[in-house]
Design a protein around this ligand. Structure first.
Ligand code: HEC
Length: 98
């Protein structure tokens, strides 16, 4: 269904920040899951490398030359969230400092 595929990749492109690998991710990383799976992730570059390698093993259609471009793009736009920006855990005792 070309029309549906086009719709999916336009929606995915809008969810993704502009960059070198935007079109690649929007077309090749949404075949098996929604783009939300990608945009919700946050990881170090090493972790993104591992994720992309795993996706390629699973069947993502990336050429060997595209892999580092995609990894750079993802690591730059969806970096690991520093621990200190994590919301403080709810403390049932109510003694968490503000
Ligand atoms: C051939 C199907 C397929 C393609 C294509 C694919 N994925 Fe996935 N992806 C999966 C499956 C299945 C899962 C859930 C199981 C898992 O975690 O391995 C997943 C999970 C994920 C996760 C969350 C899990 C984690 O380990 O954090 C991320 C992030 C992700 N994919 C990114 C990508 C990116 C980026 C691309 C494009 C390079 C991509 N995927 C292309 C099949 C695919």
């Amino acid at each position: 269904m070309p029309a549906a595929a086009l719709w999916i990749s336009l929606a995915a492109a809008q969810a993704l920040p502009p960059g070198k690998a935007q079109a690649i991710v929007a077309s090749r990383c949404v075949v098996c899951h929604s783009v939300d799976v990608v945009t919700a992730a946050a990881a170090s570059k090493a972790r993104w490398q591992a994720v992309v390698d795993e996706m390629v093993t699973d069947g993502a259609q990336l050429s060997p030359a595209e892999v580092p471009v995609v990894v750079d793009y993802l690591a730059k736009n969806f970096p690991e969230r520093p621990a200190k920006t994590k919301r403080p855990a709810t403390n049932p005792a109510g003694s968490a400092p503000k």
